[in-house]
Ligand binder design. Structure first.
Ligand code: ADP
Ligand code: ADP
Length: 227
């Protein structure tokens, strides 16, 4: 579903963020990119939705070279969740989800109904819909971020350290919720973390990167070699 073919990225200042690597992410799985800060995880992720272009090599989504896709249309098929949920501070929770472009095209009532379903899907209590983001805990904000990313019903979800800003107990709850959701929705998820325990828990496949943008292992968690 997502394929990196001999992809390399060198930024304008000369930094090589990703050494030439190939990696294939199966549809309907959670694949985790794990490694220390600065090893190229975010760079790889952003090449999938064309926020960054590779210096060489090709990225395919759904079998098609992303360069041949219109970026806006490509991104409609790819939900993106980041560490700071990035919610609109001046809109309540329900409207944070209801005003994503794909829902915004519907009647207000219909958009809110769908937003409400999505919030339920991610396990956010209904009565929190009227609150503003600042009135939610970090974990609740992340749930809203996930609901918003699901609004377009994208086949692909990119999640960049989505649970890193919350405390360990809440993080575990969010991880369990993601596994449950994945079971139900069958998305193709590319998940970035620097936490190996999180990688092993969530990933059907885990790609281990090391400083300098090198891919050192790509395997099912049980087959990862201890390092
Ligand atoms: P795989 O090669 O892993 O089996 P597919 O290429 O069969 O995955 O993709 C599954 C379906 O999802 C295809 O119909 C494809 O067109 C569609 N699809 C994949 N990625 C996207 C995307 N980003 N946006 C919209 N549709 C997509
Ligand atoms: P990670 O997500 O694993 O922390 P990144 O992909 O963010 O790693 O960064 C990989 C490397 O590329 C790092 O050395 C980082 O400093 C560098 N880098 C990231 N973005 C840029 C940029 N826009 N310009 C120059 N260097 C960058």
């Amino acid at each position: 579903m997502i394929e990196f073919q001999a992809v390399r990225k060198q930024y304008d200042n000369g930094t090589v963020a990703v050494q030439e690597l190939s990696l294939s992410v199966e549809a309907g799985t959670i694949t985790v990119l794990v490694g220390p800060s600065g090893c190229g995880k975010t760079t790889l992720m952003r090449m999938v939705n064309r926020m960054i272009e590779p210096s060489s090599g090709t990225v395919l989504v759904g079998g098609e070279d992303v360069r041949r896709r219109d970026p806006a249309q490509l991104r409609r098929g790819i939900g993106y969740v980041i560490q700071q949920a990035g919610l609109f501070p001046h809109r309540n929770v329900l409207d944070n989800v209801a005003t994503v472009p794909v829902l915004d095209g519907r009647s207000k009532q219909e958009a809110r109904r769908r937003a409400s379903e999505l919030l339920e899907l991610v396990g956010l209590p209904q009565e929190l819909g009227n609150r503003y983001p600042a009135q939610l805990s970090g974990g609740q904000q992340q749930r809203v971020g996930v609901a918003r990313a699901l609004a377009a019903d994208p086949p692909v979800l990119l999640m960049d350290e989505p649970f890193s800003a919350v405390d360990p107990v809440v993080r575990e709850g969010l991880q369990d919720e993601l596994l449950r959701l994945q079971d139900e929705l069958d998305k193709t998820v590319l998940f970035v973390t620097h936490d190996i325990d999180e990688a092993v828990k969530l990933g059907e496949k885990v790609a281990v990167l090391r400083q300098g943008g090198y891919l050192v292992q790509y395997a099912a968690p049980d087959d990862l070699l201890a390092e």
